[in-house]
Every structure is written in C-alpha cells, then in structure tokens.
Ligand binder design. Structure first.
Ligand code: G
Ligand code: MN
Length: 330
C-alpha cells in the first residue's frame, strides 16, 4: 500500500488529471442518483444546492468514519504490541521459560550432544513455545528472548550438564542481527555451544548476519543448518554457506517408512553432506527402521523420538552418561 502511494506521488500529471476527472464524474453520478431518488420518493425536484450539500456531507461523513476506524485500528495494534511485550518480558523475568534437551546420537547410540529446545511453563503444565516466539517477533524482542534462552542453557551447563557436552541453540535471523556480539562471543568462550540457524540467515541480505556467523565460528561455535530441504536454497548456495553441520528436516525422515522417494532423498542428502565435508544430523527419527536405514546410508547423527524426546537438564545429564531418559519428557 505504502508502495502504491509512493508510486502515485511520482506519477505523471496526466494521471492526476484523470483521477480528478474520475472524482468529478463520481460526484456527479452520486448527485444524479440522489436527485432521482429524491424526486421519485418526495415527488418534487431537488435543487442543485441541496444536492451539493448532500454530496459534501456524505464525503465528510465517510472521512470522519474512516478516521475513527483508523484510530481504533491503531489503538488496537498498540495494545496488542504492549501485551506481546509484557508477555515476553514477564516470561523472561519469571521461571516460565525452561530448556529441554534432546539428544543427538551416533550410529552406536553414543551421545554426541543435545539440541536445546525452549518450553514454557503454564497453568496446564509445560508446553510448546510457539505463542511466546510469535509475541517476541511481534514486539521485536527476539534477541532479548534468545539471550535469556542462552543464559538458561549456560546455567544448565554450569549446574547440571557440564561444559563439555555440545549443545546447539536455535537462533533466529532477527535475534542474530540484534544480539550483542561481544556478549555472544563471551558466552560461547570456553563452552561447547553451537548455533542452529535456518536458511533465511543466509538470504537475509544483511552483511552483519554473515559477519556474526563468521565471528561465532571463529570463537569455536559450530553452525548447524536447521530444517534443510524445506527452504529455497540452491546447491550453489549450499556450497557457499559457512556451515559445519546439515540437519535433514524431519518431514523427510518421518516419511521414510512409507515412501521410497523420501528414503532416496535422505540417502542423497547424506551423500551430499559428505561430499561437502559437512557433518549430518537426521531429525525426526521415530522408528528403528528409519534409524537403521539412515545408518546404512552413512548417516552419523540421529535425533528423534526413537532415541529420546526432549527432556529436562537433570535427566539429560543422566542420559549423557548412560542413564534412563524416558521420564518427564516433552
Ligand atoms: O525446527 P526444529 O528442527 O528445531 O524443531 C524441533 C522440534 O521438533 C522440537 O519441538 C521437537 O520437540 C520436535 N521433534 C523432535 N524429535 C521429533 C520426532 O522424532 N518427531 C516429531 N514429530 N517431532 C520431533
Ligand atoms: Mn532446531
């Protein structure tokens, strides 16, 4: 809309004349209809002056109505924004945000690391973070929320998980852009913290994103490309992306058991990663059949319900050292 208006402003004079002529014709038509209706219902001719007054009052009424609606809309938007901001800041300030950890294992079942996944504590128990993430995006608090998430992961490392087991944290492109780089580098130093990004990080067009990823890599973080295969990256893009690990999206893995094409696709992506010297993690491994087949294809990293659901830090710590993993999982 803004675009269209900007375009109009630069439009040629003849266009403005056509627009003015159209407005005059429309006003004339409205007056004519008004005159016909008046004469048909009242049975007397309508004076030109009364007709003009009618059209002008109609225009004023429309403008006042439109302005009132616009004001109400802007008011509702501001209120929604304030509510979103409050939701995110309140969650950060309380203990509502908890991190769960889902193991990534090697073909022998040994734990290679965990993906940290945000969960939100609510009245009905611990649930998915979708609403909180949406509000953070709306209120432009992605970086603030990500910083809180990273702080919780670091606290879990320090108290429960230890600093040597690799943990990946999902970071959105907006968070990556707005996070304080010095803080991030300091956070990563001395820890095995890795970053999961989706393809949009590389297509955003903002050079700061690539700079930041390079800085993080320099500081020792490995970059995981999440949800691979669902976006729009071409193979040439893939070759140029500064990444270390490819995560095959769960939608492909989930369909392996019933689709030959998806099996072949997973096989091909595993080969592709190997050729590009990238590590690979298959997400959404829910069955033994999928696990075995992926392993036969040369897959070296597995994540999914077949291995374990995301779990609280204390249970993840036990899982990493060979304990039970099936309690309190999400
Ligand atoms: O976008 P990303 O790949 O980070 O999303 C991970 C999400 O997938 C988490 O919310 C996690 O709970 C879920 N998940 C993890 N393993 C499985 C699985 O085996 N099957 C399904 N359906 N979902 C999974
Ligand atoms: Mn992820």
């Amino acid at each position: 809309m803004k675009h269209a208006l900007a375009h109009l402003r630069h439009a040629h004079l003849p266009f403005g004349i056509v627009l003015a002529a159209a407005a005059i014709v429309c006003a004339g038509l409205v007056m004519e209809i008004d005159r016909l209706v008046f004469e048909a219902t009242v049975g007397e001719p309508l004076t030109r002056q009364a007709s003009v007054i009618f059209v002008v009052s109609l225009a004023v009424a429309l403008m006042v109505g439109w302005a009132a609606m616009d004001k109400a809309r802007r008011h509702a938007e501001t209120a929604r924004l304030r509510q979103a901001r409050h939701h995110v800041l309140a969650a950060i300030g309380s203990d509502a945000i908890v991190m769960h950890y889902q193991p990534i294992v090697d073909p022998a079942g040994g734990v290679k690391g965990f993906e940290a996944l945000m969960r939100v504590r609510g009245p009905g128990g611990i649930g998915a973070p979708a609403a909180l993430l949406a509000d953070a995006a709306l209120a432009r608090l992605d970086a603030v929320l990500t910083r809180a998430v990273l702080s919780r992961v670091m606290a879990d490392q320090d108290t429960t998980l230890g600093r040597t087991v690799p943990i990946t944290v999902n970071v959105s492109v907006r968070a990556l852009r707005d996070l304080d780089t010095d803080w991030l580098i300091a956070a990563i130093a001395g820890r095995r913290l890795n970053i999961e990004v989706t393809e949009d990080a590389f297509f955003d067009g903002d050079p700061r994103i690539l700079e930041r990823l390079a800085l993080l890599r320099g500081a020792g973080a490995r970059i995981y490309l999440d949800d691979f295969g669902t976006g729009y990256s071409s193979l040439s893009h893939l070759a140029a992306m500064p990444i270390d690990v490819l995560k095959i999206d769960q939608s492909f893995v989930l369909q392996m058991d019933r689709s030959e094409r998806h099996r072949k696709l997973c096989h091909a992506v595993i080969g592709l990663a190997a050729r590009l010297d990238l590590d690979i993690v298959a997400e959404g491994v829910e069955t033994r059949a999928a696990f075995d087949e992926l392993a036969a294809f040369g897959c070296s990293g597995f994540q999914g319900y077949y291995i374990a659901r995301p779990m609280p830090a204390a249970i993840a710590a036990g899982f990493a050292t060979g304990g039970s993993a099936r309690n309190n999982a999400t």
